[in-house]
Design a protein around this ligand. Structure first.
Ligand SMILES: Nc1ncnc2c1ncn2[C@@H]1O[C@H](COP(=O)(O)OP(=O)(O)O)[C@@H](O)[C@H]1O
Ligand SMILES: [Mg+2]
Length: 262
């Protein structure tokens, strides 16, 4: 029995009827507790939509999404979202205050707040930058603070939508490796979205590849039992890359062909 379960989920924007373009159609997805699940798919296929549904930002047009036996309703502190880019920090708060912010909202006392925020700042390698404001930090540092701000709450579920998409390749690699060591053994259940196969293989317990839209759903799933941290240069990595590329490549080609014809 899955910890999180999408059953027969359809989604379209706007009113029901012939004019509504189907984004998701019959999406089935199951995440075990503590699992790191990566959704891969061509751009525009509906990955963010699936994440928004689990976050409670949108409602399914049909079907159900259940977490621990309860239907997903409003957004909640049990599901923390980490967005793409680095502009979601409060510019008028220091790094430390940004990380403390969700704890302040939930009524955690000042001393405890400071202690927990400092712990997470140091886990993401920013122990000495707590007093800086966002504009004084690099994109990679700001994304680390977003991660610290999400993890400081000890939320059981983390929803990450291409969180490293705006970073340069080198910073991205470093943050991927950091995320692996942070999440390893944390017990958090993670839904992570990307269109980068290598990123998916570094991070995932399981990868779901989505079809090109309209009416997308998971086409194929891959379980990855390679030990962590994973070696980007290994034979096993290359083999997994190749298997996934064949499935994803076919969907990306559909999008490219359609765009060329349009
Ligand atoms: N507010 C909206 N109204 C209508 N269509 C939308 C809206 N937001 C996104 N879409 C469309 O829904 C599809 C899926 O979008 P999205 O979930 O963001 O894809 P992905 O994250 O896989 O790139 C896209 O074709 C996009 O154009
Ligand atoms: Mg998206």
């Amino acid at each position: 029995m899955g910890f999180i379960r999408f059953s027969g989920v359809d989604f379209h924007y706007g009113p029901a009827g012939s004019s509504a373009v189907s984004i998701l159609k019959g999406l089935e997805l199951e995440l075990a507790q503590g699992e790191f699940y990566v959704l891969l798919g061509p751009s525009g296929c509906g990955k963010t939509t699936a994440l928004n549904l689990l976050a409670g930002f949108e409602r399914p047009s049909a079907g159900t999404i259940v977490m621990e036996g309860h239907a997903i309703g409003e957004p909640g502190m049990d599901r923390v979202v980490i967005f793409q880019g680095d502009d979601s920090l409060y510019p008028w708060l220091t790094a430390q205050e940004n990380v403390e912010f969700p704890l302040r909202m939930t009524g955690v006392g000042a001393a405890e707040r400071r202690r927990r925020a400092a712990t997470w700042l140091s886990r993401v390698g920013l122990a000495n930058h707590g007093q800086k404001f966002p504009h004084q930090l690099s994109g990679g540092m700001k994304q680390r603070i977003q991660i610290a701000r999400a993890l400081v709450c000890d939320a059981p579920v983390l929803l990450m939508d291409e969180p490293f998409g705006a970073l340069d390749a080198q910073t991205r690699t470093i943050l991927q490796d950091e995320l692996v060591s942070i999440c390893n053994g944390s017990g958090a259940t993670v839904l992570f979205i990307t269109h980068d196969i290598a990123e998916a293989i570094i991070l995932a317990d399981r990868i779901g590849v989505m079809r090109a839209g309209p009416g997308s759903a998971v086409k194929d799933e891959f379980a990855l039992d390679l030990p962590r941290p994973r070696n980007r240069g290994s034979v096993e990595f290359a083999a997994a890359y190749d298997r996934i590329q064949r499935v994803l490549g076919e969907e990306v080609r559909k999008v490219v062909t359609r765009e060329a014809a349009a």
